[in-house]
Ligand binder design. Structure first.
Ligand code: SF4
Length: 898
């Protein structure tokens, strides 16, 4: 590396060409004050606080945007610098109504710190117009214009870091003001998504979190690092804690994967844990009523009932559903309880409703069922192919890196039936018909092969079964693919040619690919395409499924699945069985694959499953066809629910076990990019609620199994990382700061940022699969002429058990709508906001119409966040035959005017 040297405050300072003076100073422990400088955004030099003196230069320069030069002699606190800095500070204090000497900010304002540091007391300049309007109608962000110094950090944070394009400077000179991009209006009337990045960036307290306003100043709080309890991005958070209570959340700057960024849920969705509705004591059903019980009573009852069922009907008459929101150690202990104590593999979790096709499909193609690459690659990628992913709403912080790369010139191709925000940013948006993914991708591959554009060298060296793939995709010329997908043949050709031009490209997908009866085939098609292009095994390439729940990757890794032990070691493999029998000191582990979640539910009315244990899942809202699901739950002979809140599912329980929530226990989550991150406790669980791993351990005791590990750390360090080769090098002491990405085969290993390096696949050679397109199980007809597709919305998560109890999020989205096109609204004779009845063969709901250009004609789009208007009253319980994932993305529907 070319290293050069300069002199900084009389000391030699080495640097790499391209570094700014500010960066060199930081690297050498010299503090240059800054105010407008924002990491992750280009320096502007707007505030001029970072002025420094360069020997021989005519005038002072701003350190944040002046490159260091060889031989340069720089003074950061010379007499000239200090004099100029005082003037700059005084000018900023004249903006608005600052009186830093009396302001109550005390430690929460950079300008006040600078005023004290440089002794600036009085302001001799005339004051700028006082924008005294304080905007505080919304429940999350207060804008106090009287404190704004127009440094522009909030504008950069919004437009260049999060790329939400919601803030701008307006008016001229003396009257300059920061407003929203749609005009000088309140945030809630603008395109603001309330990520709060502007608040985190504001150095002077002009923007503050309303929830935190009177709860704790910086000197009254301590900071605890943890991992976000919402989506699979796994953002790193600082919890600002006062008296064991979280009063504010900020992002961990320089922390992987989010580099300080958060979305609205991560920043503002924490206060559900203080809800009065928390479950605080065990409950058991007596004479039809749920009544309070002691832990001994509740656990004895569960143990007795499970023993009775197992004795009478065998171990496979009991089943368990683990929780993808809870820590790895909880899922590990739950599957250990079912396997080593109950002797059944009837254990599953909500990956069944989302990414089970990913686990099956990518394992078949590559030998590993996980996201191949890292979120860090998003910021550096040259081309993205995004299919079936509403990235900005479902994985907001990941999308910020993608959007930044796009602004920096990266190519973006989006295949999605809806014109989502990410589709609107694309070079090419292919509005494919719901459920046509295989035909569309086969069409792309047809062009790559017939036009000789694929990576022949890679295919020959790194893959098998190309000829089988070729024979199949030759059946899908662009015209046929166009007929099925609705994307014209020329666009299909253009996309294929563009993808062949840029190497590597990243393929990103979410549930638009997996939640189909063809889910596994869709995933195999994504794998086929990327192998054909030679894009797997490289930084900024690969196949990247973005996982939905915060720890669904971890729950899979921990084997809350019916076919594997932790680390995907097959239950049918004799060596794996022997290994776990020896470690758990049991014999007779079952080598029969267990039941999947849909089979468990269907097994209840059939009498095959007598006792079901549901940990942290709200099956009565999340599974397709709610009426049928409720019938199944009602049929259970014995139902245990372990949760933090009463839910629609706990209504059916015989025993409810109250458990610790996210910030009430130590542990680990594993995010989408395979990064094992720490989760930390800030307060004890309320009442008698207990850590989940403890509950499973106590139950095992009642079957005479004494488990040695008595903390999350012991479970991870002494069991999981010993049993799972991918985790051998991960111990708690190694992940105190940033987590590690598995595989981490030994204690020296730094983790794996991308899999299958240079096309060297986990299974040896990558396997092509010849995949045939099949339509959705239920397609529109005369009676139900539209397609219903479902998904998630930005402001809520899952069935709102958490976000529905977080102050502010319901304000931002208080009800569900049926999203339709203007054409369909006009055909039905309804306008935006009017109510309609949404009917399928399973049921009907009444919801307001949202007329939007996002949704194409012929489609109705809804989420499953709200109970009464939950799309799962309508969805079709038709399943992918391999993964048993339901077709949430497509069924036939009719709208009726109410
Ligand atoms: Fe949390 Fe996901 Fe938002 Fe990050 S993007 S703050 S992990 S919900």
């Amino acid at each position: 590396m070319n290293v050069q040297a300069m002199t900084l405050n009389g000391q030699k300072a080495q640097f790499v060409p391209g570094q700014t003076i500010l960066e060199v100073a930081e690297a050498h422990g010299v503090e240059i004050p800054t105010l407008c400088h924002l990491k992750g955004a280009p320096p502007t030099g707007a505030c001029r606080v970072c002025l420094v003196e360069i020997q021989g230069a005519e005038r002072l320069v701003t350190a944040c945007n002046t490159p260091a030069g060889p031989g340069m002699v720089v003074e950061t606190e010379s007499e000239n610098v200090v004099k100029a800095r005082r003037l700059v500070i005084e000018l900023m204090m004249a903006s608005g109504e600052h009186n830093c000497m009396t302001c109550e900010a005390n430690g929460d304002c950079v300008l006040q710190d600078l005023a004290y540091r440089y002794g600036v007391e009085a302001v001799s300049f005339p004051r700028t117009p006082n924008y005294d309007r304080t905007e505080s109608a919304n429940p999350l962000i207060i804008r106090d214009f009287s404190k704004c110094v127009l440094c522009g950090r909030c504008v950069q944070a919004c437009n260049e870091v999060q790329v939400n394009l919601a803030l701008a400077f307006k008016y001229n000179a003396w009257y300059s003001k920061i407003v929203t991009t749609v005009g000088d209006v309140p945030l809630e009337e603008s395109r603001c998504v309330f990520c709060g990045e502007c608040v985190q960036a504001c150095p002077v307290g002009a923007l503050t979190e309303k929830k935190a306003r009177y709860q704790g100043r910086s000197w009254e709080t301590t900071k605890v690092r943890t991992t976000c309890p919402y989506c699979g991005v796994g953002c790193q958070l600082w919890l600002h804690v006062r008296d064991s209570r979280i009063v504010k959340v900020t992002g961990v700057e320089d922390g992987a994967p989010n580099q300080g960024r958060l979305c609205v849920k991560g920043r503002f969705g924490y206060d559900f844990i203080y809800s009065d509705e928390r479950l605080t004591t065990p409950l058991i059903r007596k004479d039809g009523e749920l009544v309070k019980a002691s832990w001994d009573e509740a656990l004895d009852l569960v143990a007795d009932k499970f023993k009775e069922v197992i004795d009478k009907h065998g171990p496979d008459a009991v089943a368990g559903v683990s929780c993808a929101r809870s820590i790895n150690e909880d899922s590990y202990n739950m599957q250990k309880l079912f396997r080593s104590v109950f002797r059944t593999n009837n254990i599953d979790h909500c990956a069944r409703v989302c990414h089970a096709p990913t686990v099956a499909g990518l394992a078949a193609a590559f030998g590993s069922g996980a996201m191949t690459n890292s979120f860090a690659d998003f910021g550096k990628a040259k081309l993205f192919f995004v299919i079936g992913s509403n990235t900005t709403e479902a994985h907001p912080v990941a999308s910020t890196f993608l959007k930044q790369a796009r602004l920096g010139g990266a190519g973006l191709i989006v295949a999605d039936p809806r014109a989502t925000d990410v589709a609107k940013m694309a070079d090419i948006h292919a509005p494919i018909r719901v459920g046509s993914d295989v035909a569309f991708i086969n069409g792309l591959m047809n062009v790559l092969i017939t036009e000789n554009l694929y990576d022949k060298d890679y295919v020959q060296k790194c893959t098998v079964d190309f000829e089988k793939l070729k024979a199949k995709v030759l059946e899908y010329p662009p015209e046929r693919a166009a007929e099925i997908s609705g994307v014209d043949a020329d666009t299909i050709r253009a996309i294929a040619r563009r993808m062949a031009e840029v190497k590597p490209a990243m393929l990103i997908y979410t549930l638009g690919i997996t939640e189909h009866t063809s889910g596994v085939n869709n995933v195999l098609s994504c794998a086929n395409l990327q192998m054909l292009l030679g894009n797997v095994g490289f930084e900024c390439g690969g196949v990247n499924p973005l996982r939905g729940q915060n720890n669904v990757q971890g729950a899979c890794d921990m084997a809350a699945l019916p076919n594997v032990y932790p680390g995907y070691q097959k239950v049918t493999d004799a060596a794996a069985k022997a290994k776990f029998e020896e470690f758990w000191q049991v014999d007779g582990l079952s080598d029969q694959m267990g039941l999947t979640l849909p089979d468990m539910l269907n097994g209840l009315p059939e009498g095959k499953i007598k006792a079901l244990w549901v940990f942290g899942e709200n099956l009565a809202n999340t599974e397709p066809d709610i009426r049928h699901v409720e019938h199944c739950l009602e049929s259970a002979e014995f139902l245990v629910c372990q949760d933090i809140f009463p839910t629609e599912t706990t209504r059916f329980a015989d025993v409810i076990l109250p458990s610790a929530a996210w910030s009430e226990d130590d542990g680990t989550f594993t995010n989408s990019e395979r990064r094992v991150n720490r989760v930390r406790k800030v307060s004890p669980a309320p009442g008698q609620a207990k850590p989940n791993w403890w509950i499973f351990r106590e139950l095992a005791k009642r079957f005479n199994h004494e488990w040695a590990s008595s903390s999350s750390q012991e479970i991870w360090d002494n069991e999981i990382s010993v049993l799972v080769p991918q985790f051998a090098g991960i111990k708690y002491h190694r992940i105190e700061a940033d987590g590690l990405q598995w595989p981490v085969p030994d204690i020296e290993h730094e983790g794996t940022s991308f899999l299958h390096k240079d096309g060297s696949f986990s299974c040896g050679l990558g396997v092509f699969h010849a995949v045939e397109w099949t339509p959705p199980a239920e397609v529109p007809d005369d009676e139900y002429p539209l397609v219903l597709s479902t998904g998630r919305r930005l402001f809520h998560y899952h069935t709102r058990t958490q976000t529905g109890r977080a102050e502010g999020l319901n304000y931002l989205l208080g009800e569900e709508t049926a999203d339709i096109s203007l054409a369909d609204a006009q055909a039905l004779g309804v306008e935006d906001g009017q109510q309609v009845k949404v009917c399928t063969r399973r049921g009907e709901v009444v919801a307001k119409v949202r007329v939007t250009e996002q949704v194409p004609a012929g489609m109705v789009w809804m989420s499953f966040h709200f109970r009464e208007t939950n799309a799962n009253w309508l969805t079709n319980p038709a399943y992918d035959p391999v993964s048993m994932t339901a077709e949430y993305k497509a069924c036939a529907v009719r709208l009726e005017k109410v």
